[in-house]
Design a protein around this ligand. Sequence first.
Ligand SMILES: [Fe+2]
Ligand SMILES: [Fe+2]
Length: 156
Amino acid sequence: MPLIEWDDRRYSTGIERYDNQHKRLFEVLNELHDAMEEGRAEEELGDTLRELERYTEHHFSDEEEFMEGCGFADDCSDCFFQHQEMHEEFAEKVTELREKHEEGEYITMEVLEFARDWLDSHIAGGDQDQSYGEYYDSKVDDYDYDSHDLDDSTFQ
Ligand SMILES: [Fe+2]
Ligand SMILES: [Fe+2]
């Protein structure tokens, strides 16, 4: 049974690029969860933690560049800085967990629960990942509106 299942209604940002990156993160967790159920989590955990560190670094900087590039970071700098801070906190926690694991602690469940809950609230929490999706969506609507000549339907 997967630990966390993708659901468009709950998790989609409306931007395929980021949805795909989020799906990849879900996959990493689900693979570790499978390994745990099959009794080989200890072998997998080190790789999973390194993969989480590596992939989230790429994902977070990609998201942050997007938020800057589309105007979101300028329109709401507080939202942007708060978002960036959440990314930093996650990255620090994953590094901390990797070190714990290297010291021999058994922390598979802690990793799974922490990462699942964090991703769930960070993506679906409304004020985080979905907020740049909504912002972008509203810009695209504006753009579409501006790029079309007024026609009769505008006055109905
Ligand atoms: Fe994200
Ligand atoms: Fe994010």
